[in-house]
Design a protein around this ligand. Sequence first.
Ligand code: ZN
Length: 136
Amino acid sequence: MKFNEALIATLREEALKASKQAYAPYSKLHVGAALLANDGNIYRGANVENASYGLTLCAERAAVAAALQAISQNRENLVEAIYIVNTKLPAIPPCGACRQVLYEFGHGGIIFFDGQDGVKKSSIEKLLPEAFRLNV
Ligand SMILES: [Zn+2]
């Protein structure tokens, strides 16, 4: 899929909307993700923190969960792209846990995030080159 500037801008805008719904009373870091799924729709996710920090859910995984609620076929190739923004830091690629989850649902998916000098672009395979995979 081609990602022109208009589509990338739309994904960023949706990710910013998602960040407004974050629940982040502890870190104050409001993260939003906009996932372009293989059905052509955009699904949003925001981080959900917990007093027990380890239970915190990242925006990326929240977006994957939202997409899974709507899509019932070809789920292993769900993620065409995901844009991640936050309200504090200039650049924030997905954490390790989210990289593994994105790998599960989107081989070849493109990852966009805000960099210090504009949009940064990567891929799931580049960020997690030897992903864990069960051969079942
Ligand atoms: Zn994460």
